[in-house]
Unconditional design. Structure first.
Length: 234
């Protein structure tokens, strides 16, 4: 079940600093080329990256390119903007079809990397199609607590058309918070300005703490290297 974590949303100060911190993270990436080149090489396995709320695959291009250079077969989710059930279907059936198709095409189960809402969806997918999912890596995904411990739950309701107190949404949240039948890693930040860091990981996961904003977390060098390390089994 969803943990009864007594978490509060990030402060207004952290919230206000999100955009400049995200831009700084992108600038910082330009000076991290040597560090990124030290990442362990990949083994060609299929990887699918799921974007955050209202984002598309374009938001993950830097992470995609980085992992491809390491030798992984990286795919976006190919479903346009992440508008919750409007994008993936009420039961996630559209996303399941994409994952199962990639599994059949490559002959290998798919590693799912999900940013924010995309990570919640990745966890749900792992429960529903464990034979097609190798492992799940979530990045700043608030799956382990109340949606009200975020500064974006109203945006979620507006863009998805769902309400966080709907029975269907509660059931999905409970499923996402349940320990997975495949390896799981949560990358999170206690200085996140949009979601409370403590609800982005749980006791049964491998948790990797980073220092980052929520916006642009997937293009932080520290996060990219953490993902590469998990994929390499480090």
């Amino acid at each position: 079940m969803v943990q009864d974590v007594a978490a509060l949303p990030p402060s207004k100060l952290l919230w206000a600093a999100e955009l400049p911190r995200g831009v700084w993270g992108l600038a910082e990436l330009l000076g991290a080329r040597a560090r990124l080149k030290s990442a362990p090489k990949g083994d060609g396995r299929p990887v699918m990256i799921l974007p955050g709320l209202v984002n598309t695959d374009r938001s993950n291009l830097l992470l995609q390119r980085f992992l491809r250079r390491l030798g992984y077969r990286v795919e976006g989710w190919g479903l346009g903007r992440n508008l919750g059930t409007r994008a993936i279907g009420r039961e996630g059936e559209v996303l399941m079809q994409r994952i199962v198709a990639l599994h059949r095409q490559t002959g290998e189960p798919v590693t799912l990397i999900g940013i924010s809402l995309g990570g919640i969806m990745a966890r749900i997918a792992a429960h529903r199609a464990p034979g097609s999912v190798r492992e799940v890596i979530t990045i700043s995904s608030p799956y382990a607590g109340s949606a009200r411990a975020t500064n974006v739950w109203r945006s979620f309701e507006f863009f998805t058309g769902d309400r966080i107190d709907d029975d269907h949404v509660r059931a999905q949240a409970t499923l996402a918070a349940t320990p997975l039948p495949v390896p799981e890693t949560a990358i999170w930040s206690r200085s996140d300005g949009l979601v409370a860091g403590e609800i982005c990981h749980a006791g049964e996961t491998r948790a990797i703490e980073v220092r980052s904003s929520h916006i642009g977390v997937q293009w932080r060098a520290e996060v990219m290297l953490a993902v590469a390390g998990v994929l390499a089994g480090r």
